[in-house]
Design a protein around this ligand. Structure first.
Ligand SMILES: *Cc1c(COP(=O)(O)O)cnc(C)c1O
Length: 457
């Protein structure tokens, strides 16, 4: 869904306004002519202009016209510590003076080694082997291929199937799309995709009457159990977004489901892949969402926030057992998968600077107070007559709005831009996923203007 740019008179000097506005307008025209924008029906840009961004600072994005937008969705869920973060900037400048990139096959470098060690330590050493990709979807491809190849190397080549949850999202390359359950993204490409199985989502909004989220999780785990009972022999892995299913509307569920899924995967010899591309790096309230269930997955996929929202980087962490199954004199038993920018030094340095901030600022602890503040401030939204299912996990808030218009999301987005907010509802679900550096004043502004939109869209 494209954004809408609303121009207001610039309070600045008239002469300057004309010059700057011309820059805005010409950038939009050049962009539409030359750039094919993601997840967009480009024809809609005939009536809905793009939003040009000149620079970013903290939670704010600025255009060339003196207009600004509070980035309440962290630029598609990637930003953690604000735009133009001085500490990440400094780390990148320092790295530029040393090494920008080197092939990671046959070579290695300090940032990739240190990042691997520190990520492994964050899993308590249980996931001690890091394989790198560039985007989230490439991490999913890696995890799926690695799981299948593990079973093949272990004398179980018939384990080729994958299971995911109803309403799951794991990215949009062909393999990742095969385990994604979003009709709008998937149906067109169905002839190109491999079959995968979907089991019921423990989303507590789908609970039966009188059922608690915990009981709902237990019931859905029984469905998973029935599926595994029948199909475990030909199943390689169960892939899941821990605690929050993001792209299909911030569905939240009880950690009990992950505990049960872990036990079932162990019992039926099926890998558990945790797709923490969105929930990882503190977004769920703990550094990894799966920690809240007290479990360890066999594969952990990270991307998005891992570089603080600076550079594309993804990583799949896995166990000694998986690693050992590939370690052999036979080349073909190795994991012969690569991306040109695997382990890029600049991206790894941005990730290290991000981890430094987590440690120095005790971010997980500090976010608890910030989350409590936002949840309290948002009570008028939760109580609004049009709002249902107000929910929160860590630094993610979402609510569903009673609205009949199929254009609700677009209208809401447009009204938000008019009020200096970057919000992109998913269907009738509005969500906040702000950078962790958002201040109390900015939280108040976000809530007050969201209420204002609810009263007029
Ligand atoms: C965003 C996302 C992906 C895909 O990551 P890209 O970098 O967009 O390819 C996969 N899984 C989840 C849970 C995501 O939120």
């Amino acid at each position: 869904m494209p954004f809408v740019n609303i121009r207001r008179a610039n309070p600045g000097a008239a002469s300057q306004r004309v010059a700057v506005s011309t820059h805005n307008a010409s950038l939009l025209a050049r962009s539409v002519a030359a750039v094919w924008h993601p997840c967009t029906q480009m024809k809609q840009h005939e009536t809905l202009p793009l939003v040009p961004i000149a620079r970013g600072n903290g939670v704010w994005l600025h255009d060339f016209d003196g207009r600004r937008y509070l980035d309440a969705i962290s630029s598609w869920w990637v930003n953690l510590f604000g735009h133009g973060n001085p500490r990440i900037n400094a780390a990148l400048v320092a790295q530029l003076g040393e090494l920008e990139h080197v092939i990671l096959a046959g070579f290695t470098h300090e940032p990739v080694v240190e990042l691997s060690e520190r990520l492994s330590a964050l899993t308590g050493g249980r996931l001690g082997h890091c394989f790198y990709g560039s985007d989230g979807a490439s991490a999913i491809e890696i995890a799926l291929k690695m799981s299948f190849h593990f079973w093949r190397n272990s004398g179980r080549p018939e384990k080729t199937g994958f299971i995911s949850l109803v309403n799951s999202y794991h990215g949009e390359t062909l393999g990742a799309l095969s385990v994604t359950d979003v009709a709008l993204f998937k149906d067109t490409y169905a002839p190109l995709l491999r079959q995968s199985a979907q089991v019921p989502s423990p989303d507590w909004r789908l609970a039966q009457k009188g059922e608690t989220p915990h009981a709902c999780a237990g019931r859905c785990a029984q469905s998973l159990e029935r599926h595994l009972e029948q199909h475990h022999a030909e199943t390689a892995a169960f892939i899941v977004e821990p605690l929050v299913q993001g792209a299909t509307g911030m569905a939240m569920y009880d950690a009990e489901y992950l505990r049960r899924a872990r036990a079932l995967c162990d019992r039926y010899q099926v890998h558990l892949i945790a797709d923490e591309i969105m929930t990882g790096c503190g977004r769920s309230g703990t550094f990894f969402a799966h920690e809240q269930a007290g479990i360890t997955p066999d594969f952990l996929c990270l991307s998005k926030g891992i570089t603080g929202g600076y550079l594309p980087l993804s990583v799949v962490l896995t166990t000694d057992a998986v690693y050992a199954a590939f370690y052999d004199d036979n080349v073909a038993r190795g994991f012969l998968h690569s991306h040109s920018y695997t382990g890029n030094a600049l991206a790894c340095r941005a990730a290290l600077a991000t981890l430094d901030i987590f440690r120095q600022d005790e971010v997980i602890e500090a976010n608890k107070a910030k989350a409590a503040y936002l949840s309290r401030a948002a009570q008028p939204i939760a109580r609004h007559p049009r709002v249902r299912n107000f929910r929160n996990t860590g630094m993610i808030w979402a609510f569903d709005v009673d609205a009949n218009s199929p254009a609700f999301a677009r209208k809401f987005c447009q009204a938000a831009l008019e009020r200096e907010l970057l919000l992109r509802p998913i269907g009738n679900t509005v969500y906040f996923m702000p950078p962790y550096v958002i201040t109390e004043d900015e939280i108040e502004l976000l809530v007050a203007r969201t209420l204002d939109i609810l009263n007029c869209v």
